[in-house]
Design a protein around this ligand. Structure first.
Ligand SMILES: Cc1cc2nc3c(=O)[nH]c(=O)nc-3n(C[C@H](O)[C@H](O)[C@H](O)COP(=O)(O)O)c2cc1C
Length: 256
């Protein structure tokens, strides 16, 4: 918590040493360094994108981190516009060197419709391939923990089970506005519902328009084996429903 990454240079060196057999998604966020703000933060973000570009198969710009010194500035439409405009130039510079990598935006589940629509319109204008839905929420509703204890925790994002309904709703709102324009990665609560298997939770997100899923909190409850559990469970569900493969299901779903 709190963007405790060792930073782009260290991560870059680490990634250069590994050979992955699966696609690698990079997730970049504006620096948490309180001395780097405004236009400098934008240039710092672009610099990080330039350095890391060759290592990832797709790159997510995490616009919605609640832990940066200035708050969530890149979700603010004028700031996002400036970022995406500059990024367009950086992407075309890098294209010859390391290809045109898909870029996605990671958004908050707390966006109101005006903010969401502004982000979606900018994303469509600036060749953004998809959205990661979503980051943690600032809401504190329907929790078992008392208000008093919550107040002691103070500011921060809530992850896990309670995100499920917010993410499901957000997937609907995005498609209502943008149709099937974006690849959607659903993220929120997978592996956190004791009544359901993580494969069932994943299947629900796929039915609502997601093509991929991500998870974080579920690792605490289910451990790293959760990835295999999702994979085998999902294959079983697909077979039961009469689909030969996940890609087959997605292609069919997207046609309808
Ligand atoms: C302790 C913690 C640290 C996180 N750090 C990041 C981060 O650095 N970048 C990011 O994009 N999301 C971060 N997130 C958000 C998660 O990636 C994810 O979007 C969110 O927790 C919802 O998924 P989940 O319910 O499966 O955890 C963090 C979440 C937690 C709980």
């Amino acid at each position: 918590m709190g963007l405790n990454s060792e930073g782009a240079e260290v991560v870059l060196r680490r990634l250069a040493r590994v050979r992955l057999e699966i696609p690698a998604g990079l997730n970049l966020v504006k620096t948490a360094d309180p001395r780097i703000t405004g236009g400098d933060a934008l240039q710092d973000y672009l610099g990080c994108f330039r350095r890391m570009h060759r290592c990832g198969d797709f790159i997510t710009l995490n616009l919605s981190c609640p832990n940066t010194a200035e708050g969530k500035t890149f979700e603010e439409p004028t700031v996002l516009h400036a970022l995406l405009r500059e990024l367009r130039g950086v992407r075309s510079e890098l294209e010859t060197e390391s290809g045109n990598k898909p870029v996605l935006l990671k958004i908050s589940p707390d966006l109101d419709s005006t903010a969401l629509h502004a982000i979606l319109d900018l994303a469509a204008e600036y060749d953004i391939s998809g959205l990661v839905v979503a980051n943690t929420t600032g809401r504190r509703e329907k929790l078992l923990t008392s208000r008093e204890v919550l107040d002691r925790f103070g500011f921060g994002g809530l992850s896990g089970y309670r995100l499920g309904p917010l993410v499901r709703e957000m997937l609907g709102r995005i498609q209502e506005h943008s149709g099937k324009r974006f690849t959607l990665i659903a993220c929120g609560g997978i592996g956190c519902d004791p009544e359901k298997s993580p494969a069932e939770e994943t299947w629900e997100y796929l039915k609502l328009g997601a093509t991929l899923v991500q998870l974080h909190t579920g690792l605490i409850y289910r451990g790293p084996g959760i990835a295999r559990a999702i994979q085998t469970g999902l294959l079983r569900i697909l077979k039961e429903k009469g689909y030969s493969s996940l890609m087959g299901y997605i292609a069919l779903r997207n046609r309808n």
